[in-house]
Design a binder for this molecule. Sequence first.
Ligand SMILES: Nc1nc2c(c(=O)[nH]1)N[C@H]1C(S)=C(S)[C@@H](COP(=O)(O)O)O[C@H]1N2
Ligand SMILES: [Mo]
Length: 256
Amino acid sequence: MRPALVCAGRGWSNRRVSIEEDADPDGRGTPVGRRLVLGMLGLGAAGLVAAPSLQRGFEAVTGSDPTGLSGLLPNGGGFRYYSVASSVPERGPQDYRLTVGGLVERPASYTLDALRALPQTRVVRDVQCVTGWRVPGTPFEGVPVNRLLEAAGVRPEARAIRFDCFDGAYTESLTLPQARRDDVLVALRMRDKPLGHGHGGPVRLYVAPMYFYKSAKWLSGITLTEGVEPGYWERLGYDVDAWVGRSNGRDDAPTV
Ligand SMILES: Nc1nc2c(c(=O)[nH]1)N[C@H]1C(S)=C(S)[C@@H](COP(=O)(O)O)O[C@H]1N2
Ligand SMILES: [Mo]
């Protein structure tokens, strides 16, 4: 069976079930339990009534295949591979760049080697997609976003950050206080290996305390903005403040 392709949740009971069925082929990923799945289905109807924009989001998503890569790549260790772009170029040490710009004193452009040369932080948490799949205890390593912000000198009028991706399609956002947490990384490694292309390598954003859609893959730009510019899924109805367990209709205890 094709993996569940839609990073969307409420109101699609058959997709929900398919996520549960095809998760965890090798025992490393842990799909959410049946009770939680059914609980989220229960939330679904109310969620759609309360948030009509979500309904529009589902239509937009199901009208096309948002995850061209998913069909090509094997399921790795309980992860699903998501891409809203049908193809994404590969970038490596020669041609990868991460720019830091917008409302900063000193715009910068980092090569992969420059990022690797900075002190690395390791964070080990559960990865949690808003559709329900979860991979426990996943190590990520990289440079805290805050370190790059300090190097760039954030101007006083900046309140938020837009993250751009070299897939040309995806964007994400964080408020400045969120981005300054020490568990928010420009990640270069995942599960003790360099980030592969399928997982957004060579560099992705990793926002440990939030649902995985905040962790933008193929990161190419960090732009300081006056206000939050909602990201790709957020324009389709997902919460901008995507705390695990405390957003997107969930009110269970956070897993972080
Ligand atoms: N550029 C980009 N980043 C993205 C996405 C995407 O489609 N494009 N999908 C998001 C979603 S919904 C999830 S669950 C995770 C999936 O990461 P993975 O493919 O490494 O499992 O990436 C997030 N970051
Ligand atoms: Mo997701």
